[in-house]
Design a protein around this ligand. Structure first.
Ligand code: NDP
Length: 444
C-alpha cells in the first residue's frame, strides 16, 4: 500500500462516522500523489501527512442559553484549530443544525490549503454550532452568541485564532460575538473578521467571496480563450456568497438566471434582480417564494433542481454536496462548460470526476472562494495598522489575489503534467507551502 493510501486508512479508522472529513481528505490526498511520490520516504519518516490530517487542537463545548419562552436550550459548540504553520488559525464559524465535528473538521482541513493559496500569513481553522438562527428573535440570537463567546474567548485572539462568519453567521452574529469578547477581555482587538464598518470591519468584506469567485472565474475563462461577457450563469444559494456572485456576474457582463435556498429555487429568465434578492433575503430574511411574488416573469420551484437550467457557467454557492452526479450530467448535457465552487465542497467527488472527464473547466472552492478569507486577512492588516482602506483599494487587492491564485493552480498543475486540472493544482500549490513551513518548524 502506498503512503497516501496508508494515511487515508488511518484517517478513516481514527475518525469514524465523519464522511465529509473523509471526503475532503480523500480528494486532497489523491491529487497529491505525484508530489508525495517524489519524496515519499522523507514524508513518511516525518509523518507529514499524518500531521497534516490531524488537527492541532479540537475544542468542544456546551452552549446553554434561554429562549423567549424562558426555556433553557443547549447546543454543541466547536472550534477546530487545524494548522498554524503559516499563521494564526483563521476560518469561519457556521451556525446550522447540520453542524457536527466531522463537518467542522472537513471545513478546517480545506481551510488550511485555501489560506495558503491566498499568499497571506494565515493558518487554518473552523468552528460553529448546531444552532439554527432561522426563526429566532434577535434577543435569542444575541443570547446564543454571548453564551458561545463566553467559552470561545479563552481560545482565540488577534495573534492566535481569528474566526469569521460562514453559513448562519453574518454581520448581526459577528456583532454580538465581538461585543461579548470585548466585554470579557476588555480589549479592542481584531479578534473576529466580518465586523461592521463602525467597529473595525473592512469595506468590501461583505462582497469579497462572491466578487472573488467571479474574478477567478473570469481569469480561468480568459486563460482558456473565453470571457464571461454575454454568458448565462446558474447560481445556487441565496446567501452572502450567492448574492454578491450574482452582482459581480452582472458587472462583468454575464446574466445570472438562478438562485436557491434550502426550500426551493428561482429561474428568472430576465436575470436575477439583485435589489429584490437582497430585500427578500438580507432585509426580510424571508423565503424565495417572496422573490417570485415580486417578479412576475420569474418561476419558483420547490425542492432541488437548479442545475437543470440551461447555462454556460455554473456557480454552486449554497453548501456541501449540493451538486451530485445527476446534476453534473444535466449541466453538461445542457452545454455548461465551466464550474467554479463558491461554497465549500458543493460538488461530490463523482460529479467532479464527471466534469473533468468531460473537459469542463472546474475550479474547486478552496481556490475559487478564497476571496472571503483573503479579505478577512486584509481586515486583520487594517486592524493592526488601525487604518481603514477604501473600497477600491480592498477590491483591487482582492482582484490581484484571485488572479494570482488562478495562476498558482494553473502553474502547479502544469508542473506535474496535469494541465487544466485545477483541483490537483490547488491542492499541490497549497500543500507545498504548508509542508515547507511545517518541515522548517520541526516536529511540533
Ligand atoms: P449564508 O448562510 O449566507 O447562505 C447560505 C445559502 O445556502 C442560503 O441560501 C441557504 O438557504 C443555502 N443552504 C444552506 N444549507 C443548505 C442546504 N443544506 N441545502 C440547500 N441550501 C442550503 O452562507 P454563505 O453564503 O456565507 O456560505 C455559502 C457557502 O459558501 C458555504 O459553503 C460556506 O462555507 C462557503 N463560504 C462562505 C464564505 C463567506 O465569506 N461567507 C467564504 C468561503 C466559503 P437557507 O436560507 O434556506 O438556509
Amino acid at each position: 500500500m502506498d503512503y497516501v493510501e496508508e494515511v487515508f486508512d488511518r484517517v478513516r479508522l481514527q475518525n469514524p462516522a465523519q464522511p465529509e472529513f473523509h471526503q475532503a481528505v480523500r480528494e486532497v490526498l489523491t491529487t497529491l500523489r505525484p508530489v508525495i511520490a517524489r519524496d515519499e520516504e522523507r514524508y513518511r519518516r516525518e509523518a507529514l501527512l499524518e500531521r497534516m490530517t490531524t488537527p492541532e487542537r479540537v475544542i468542544l463545548f456546551r452552549v446553554p442559553w434561554v429562549d423567549d419562552r424562558g426555556q433553557v436550550q443547549v447546543n454543541n459548540g466547536f472550534r477546530v484549530q487545524f494548522n498554524s504553520a503559516i499563521g494564526p488559525y483563521k476560518g469561519g464559524l457556521r451556525f446550522h443544525p447540520s453542524v457536527n465535528l466531522g463537518v467542522i473538521k472537513f471545513l478546517g482541513f480545506e481551510q488550511v490549503f485555501k489560506n495558503a493559496l491566498t499568499g497571506l500569513p494565515i493558518g487554518g481553522g473552523k468552528g460553529g454550532a448546531d444552532f439554527d438562527p432561522k426563526g429566532k428573535s434577535d434577543r435569542e440570537v444575541m443570547a446564543f452568541c454571548q453564551s458561545f463567546m463566553t467559552e470561545l474567548y479563552r481560545h482565540i485572539g488577534a495573534d492566535t485564532d481569528v474566526p469569521a462568519g460562514d453559513i448562519g453567521v453574518g454581520g448581526r452574529e459577528i456583532g454580538y460575538l465581538y461585543g461579548q469578547y470585548k466585554r470579557i477581555r476588555g480589549t479592542y482587538e481584531g479578534v473576529l473578521t466580518g465586523k461592521g464598518l463602525t467597529y473595525g470591519g473592512s469595506l468590501a468584506r461583505t462582497e469579497a467571496t462572491g466578487y472573488g469567485l467571479l474574478y477567478l472565474t473570469e481569469e480561468m475563462l480568459k486563460s482558456n480563450g473565453k470571457t464571461l461577457a454575454g454568458l448565462t450563469v446558474a447560481v445556487s444559494g441565496a446567501g452572502n456568497v450567492a448574492t454578491y456572485a450574482i452582482q459581480k456576474a452582472w458587472q462583468l457582463g454575464a446574466k445570472p438566471v438562478t438562485c436557491s435556498d434550502s426550500t426551493g429555487w428561482i429561474y428568472d429568465p430576465e436575470g436575477i434582480d439583485v435589489a429584490t434578492l437582497k430585500q427578500v433575503k438580507e432585509v426580510r430574511r424571508a423565503r424565495l417564494t417572496e422573490y417570485a411574488a415580486q417578479r412576475p416573469g420569474a418561476e419558483y420551484h420547490p425542492g432541488k433542481g437548479v442545475w437543470t437550467v440551461k447555462c454556460d457557467v455554473a456557480l454552486p454557492c449554497a453548501t456541501q454536496n449540493e451538486l451530485g452526479l445527476e446534476d453534473a450530467k444535466a449541466l453538461v448535457a445542457n452545454g455548461c462548460f465551466a464550474v467554479a465552487e463558491g461554497a465549500n465542497m458543493p460538488t461530490t467527488l463523482e460529479a467532479t470526476k464527471y466534469f473533468q472527464d468531460h473537459g469542463i473547466l472546474f475550479c474547486p472552492g478552496k481556490a475559487a472562494n478564497a476571496g472571503g478569507v483573503a479579505t478577512s486577512a486584509l481586515e486583520m492588516s487594517q486592524n493592526s495598522q488601525r487604518l481603514s482602506w477604501t473600497f477600491q483599494e480592498v477590491d483591487s487587492r482582492l482582484q490581484g489575489i484571485m488572479v494570482n491564485i488562478f495562476h498558482m493552480l494553473d502553474d502547479a498543475a502544469k508542473e506535474y503534467g496535469m494541465a487544466g486540472d485545477y483541483v490537483a493544482g490547488a491542492n499541490i500549490a497549497g500543500f507545498r507551502k504548508v509542508a515547507q513551513a511545517m518541515e522548517a518548524q520541526g516536529i511540533v
